[in-house]
Design a binder for this molecule. Structure first.
Ligand code: SF4
Ligand code: SF4
Length: 84
């Protein structure tokens, strides 16, 4: 019997290269609304959200603009804006 090979992708920062190049929309955080609950960090598939001094910070080199962080934020602190 032949061995079965498979590839398993684990979400992590940069596991698919500089995924920031894929982005059409960019998540922008309103630091006045963000309470640093880190729910967005929990859901971000690229693992690019970190805790900053005032609120979260996003590594735009790898953020692919999927918008999941915006969807899960109960405080509506993240807005997706068209990339310039
Ligand atoms: S989910 Fe919203 S409020 Fe919570 S850390 Fe993320 S941006 Fe801030
Ligand atoms: S849009 Fe939000 S959830 Fe998606 S990769 Fe960027 S920071 Fe992560």
């Amino acid at each position: 019997m032949q061995p079965i090979d498979c590839l398993i992708s684990t979400p992590d920062k940069g596991s698919a290269g500089k995924t920031g190049l894929w982005r059409t929309y960019k998540p922008i955080v309103d630091e006045k609304k963000c309470n640093s609950c880190m729910v967005c960090w929990l859901y971000c598939p690229e693992n690019v959200i970190t805790e900053g001094e005032k609120c979260i910070e996003i590594d735009y080199e790898y953020c692919k603009g999927c918008g999941i962080c915006c969807e899960v934020c109960a405080k509506k602190a993240i807005k997706m804006v068209l990339e310039e």
